[in-house]
Design a protein around this ligand. Structure first.
Ligand SMILES: C[S@@+](CC[C@H](N)C(=O)[O-])C[C@H]1O[C@@H](n2cnc3c(N)ncnc32)[C@H](O)[C@@H]1O
Length: 228
């Protein structure tokens, strides 16, 4: 899959895109990830990318005659049709389900907004989806773009150690429960010990224990996810 991230701040992405699962996704060849500097598409001798909003609102907006050519450039340089995502606090929520759906696409272009946002004509002309990572306002779309790339890359086949590992994660499990508590060594730490059942090798008992813990945890923390 190809992901192109269009941003005013390409330097923010080094580090995050060069480590851990995103790095692994790139090394396995499953993910071709490029960061496209929006400034290169700026207008005039100062390569201006933003301007004042009409109607006298505060702040600046990214210009449509900068963002649209940048995204069209991305489209032109890839063979497969792209799905365009504008990061926006007003967009549909980025969920595990959406991450899974996006991981099945061949080509994504994610546009990181900045300032007070992006001229509305970008969304209309590019038929882009707006996606939000939560009900709060960040300074720019760079962190949301990183969040989306991370969540999508680990779902690409062969990226996690086992393709089954993601299936047990919260929000991915078939039963809809959150994952329950997990333990590793040491067996005893301060006055807390690992539950005996997890160390006795009875796989059925372990599965039942884990399921019960997952139910209890979900009811306590996210009753909105519980249907029974
Ligand atoms: C300061 S915000 C603009 C907020 C905008 N004025 C509004 O009220 O909806 C600047 C940019 O950050 C990004 N952004 C901020 N919060 C976000 C969120 N929760 N999810 C996704 N993108 C976000 C978007 O790209 C947005 O264009």
């Amino acid at each position: 899959m190809v992901i192109q991230v269009v941003t005013l701040f390409p330097e923010m992405f080094s580090g995050v895109f060069d480590m851990s699962m995103v790095k692994r996704a790139r090394l396995t060849g499953r993910l071709d990830l490029r960061v496209i500097p929006l400034r290169a598409f700026g207008v005039g001798i100062h390569r201006q990318t933003d301007d004042y909003p009409f109607g006298g609102a505060v702040g600046m907006l990214l210009r449509c005659d900068v963002v649209v050519p940048a995204v069209e450039w991305c489209m032109m340089h890839e063979k497969t049709p792209a799905r365009v995502i504008l990061t926006s606090p007003q967009g549909r929520s980025f969920t595990q389900r959406l991450a899974l759906h996006l991981s099945r696409q061949d080509h994504l272009i994610i546009v990181a907004g900045h300032y007070e946002g992006i001229d509305e004509r970008v969304r209309l002309l590019l038929q882009a989806d707006e996606v939000s990572i939560g009900d709060y306002v960040l300074t720019g779309g760079e962190l949301p773009a990183m969040v989306m790339v991370d969540a999508v890359s680990r779902l690409l086949p062969g990226v996690l150690g086992s393709d089954d590992s993601a299936k047990d994660d919260s929000f991915s499990r078939a039963d809809g429960w959150l994952e329950g508590p997990q333990y590793t060594r040491p067996v005893q730490y301060r006055n807390l010990s690992v539950p005996d059942v997890l160390r006795q090798g009875n796989h059925r008992a372990i599965a039942e224990f884990r399921e019960e813990m997952a139910r209890q945890r979900t009811r306590a923390r996210r009753p909105d996810l519980v249907s029974d």
